[in-house]
Design a protein around this ligand. Sequence first.
Ligand code: FAD
Length: 395
Amino acid sequence: QRRIVIVGAGMAGVQTAVALREKGFGGTITLLGSEVHPPYDRPPLSKAVLLGKAESSAFDIDFDTLGVELRLGHGARGLRPADHEVDTALGPVPYDTAVLATGAEPLRLPGAESVPGVHLLRTLDDAERLRPVLAARSDVVVVGAGWIGAEFATAARESGCAVTVVEAGDQPLAGALPREVAAPMADWYAEAGARLRTRTRVARVEPGGVVLDDGTRLPAGAVVVGVGARPATGWLAGSGIALGAHQEVAADDRLRTSAPDVYAVGDCASFPSARYGQRLLVHHWDNALQGPRTVAANVLGPAPAVYDPVPYFWSEQFGRFVQYAGYHGGADALVWRGDPTSAAWSVCWLLDHRLVAVLAVGRPRDLAQGRRLIESAARMDPAALSDPTRPLKSA
Ligand code: FAD
């Protein structure tokens, strides 16, 4: 019997197992996960789970029925492609095909790790530690106004905490969106009663507070660090698997790694996108849903399947539903649809008159239509695009 070993029991690992069975794979599937919890979904951790509106976000999958052997609580420690073995604390696990799906791990603030009251928000354990912080309505300082920082600040305000968000960049989402597009989002913080301090760095974290680079001390019952994540690939040291610029597994357009019979998918891997003419490293849920289908198709063959998606993600922050599709890195024009100080607006990015990305705030129809137009690389009429009362459609 052919043996497939999946390393990482998050969204991408679980979906790989599901996709393999859906495509009729009859061999053995072993899913190795370093966390002890039954596999769960991460987006609710900064939303319903954090607020106590949902107890868990465990995937509704019966792994026994699916014929998947779950080995939880023991992470992989190494990979030996020449021997076709994954090393774990309980010994080597042989594979015919291995799928690397170890996701990402949050960046830490140097020196803050050992300070009591400093939190990250990546795992169910993190969310469970943060729940009492919200319930106690502690004063919180959030470091980083990215996606996680904004969602945590939203939940903390909803719970009645006093919230200060400290951001080194000029505006929220400084790393993700151009300045002019993210700038209006700064008002969302104030509207929700959260304080946003941009162009500010944390000098150090102390028990009970944060000291900023200008010497200001912000008292805090808890500090939440949301300064980004990096691919969880440290365990691959010495394996010979080729890594990319961000220490992610550099997969090819079929999500194969540099080693034979080893694939990589989800937050831990990048892939070359012909659509966007560059390698993409996507840290979003939809990529961990779509990528596994390509992996399963290529593992089982015979026809090769190329992975070149239009990336998609959403965020729920300050009462708004924010959605993004595409990749705006190479765009040569930006068109606004609607007033960014209003409740609902969108931004379209074009390259050579073709839609390459869309950001929609409270305009899910723009997102749905835009995503299809990006996929079909349709030519657009910029003048028609800017009228938010007209549907998004090609010229
Ligand atoms: P992960 O979910 O990180 O899963 C990888 C798993 O592998 C982990 O359980 C890890 O413990 C395990 N692992 C790591 N190393 C090893 C090892 N050596 N051996 C065995 N197991 C290992 N995306 C959106 O699009 N919209 C959202 O609203 C959104 N909200 C989010 C909210 C939060 C709080 C977080 C943290 C993420 C959110 N995301 C969101 C991103 C999304 O959850 C991720 O893109 C997705 O989880 C990636 O799935 P993955 O399986 O690749 O990685």
